[in-house]
Write a protein that binds this ligand. Structure first.
Ligand code: AMP
Length: 194
């Protein structure tokens, strides 16, 4: 098992819905359980809905820590999860994303909708612009991200991005691989190879 010493907190971006494939829900549960078992704090959007709520429940059920960051105007719509370790209510989406970034050692993306895509592309483009060097891992559960990965390939093929952008993220097929891959990415980043 990889040494996870440097990996203390993992930000999870994922749907405020559960989606139609029950495998996504199970992946969210497996990730949350693995995080609790390995004492990795969850940083997420603070809601008790969809895959977001599922990951948070799984971490709490396993005795782990959960930090949620939610903008004031979504407290009701996303059912702010008040029973987590720490719930921060902030003034805007921008403050939320910045706070999630500041508190996380690495980022993981589970299936989700437009909000998840927004968060994913922002963290990837910040990395492209060398504003950070933190690992970003896409969980390609049942091929969910195949169309997105295809779009990125097409963007590269048509000359709108360098082929190096494919090195901004790692893709895993199973949520259980996320922690090892994130830890390895952090170690590579420390040694200047990332
Ligand atoms: P979704 O993937 O659309 O279900 O949304 C997942 C999470 O992303 C929810 O907590 C949304 O509030 C959040 N979200 C939606 N749009 C944005 C945005 N522009 N910036 C940051 N988070 C967002």
């Amino acid at each position: 098992m990889t040494d996870l010493t440097r990996l203390r907190s993992l930000c999870v971006f994922c749907g405020a819905s559960t989606g139609s494939d029950p495998a996504h829900l199970q992946a969210a549960r497996r990730l949350g359980s693995a995080m609790a078992a390995r004492n990795i704090r969850l940083v997420y959007g603070g809601g008790h809905v969809g895959l977001m709520g599922t990951v948070a429940d799984a971490v709490l059920d396993g005795g782990g820590e959960v930090v949620g960051i939610i903008p004031e105007h979504l407290v009701r719509a996303e059912a702010a999860y008040r029973e987590i370790t720490e719930l921060l209510v902030v003034d805007s989406m921008h403050t939320r994303k910045r706070a999630m970034f500041d508190r996380s050692d690495a980022f993981c993306v589970l299936p989700g909708g437009l909000g998840t895509m927004d968060e994913t592309f922002e963290i990837l483009t910040w990395k492209q612009l060398r504003l950070h060097d933190k690992p970003v891992i896409l969980v390609n559960q049942n091929g969910y991200f195949d169309p997105l990965l295809g779009l990125i390939d097409s963007i590269i093929a048509q000359g709108f991005a360098h082929s190096d952008v494919a090195r901004l993220y790692e893709v895993v097929a199973d949520a259980e691989d996320v922690l090892d891959v994130a830890a390895a990415g952090l170690a590579a980043s420390d040694s200047g190879r990332f």
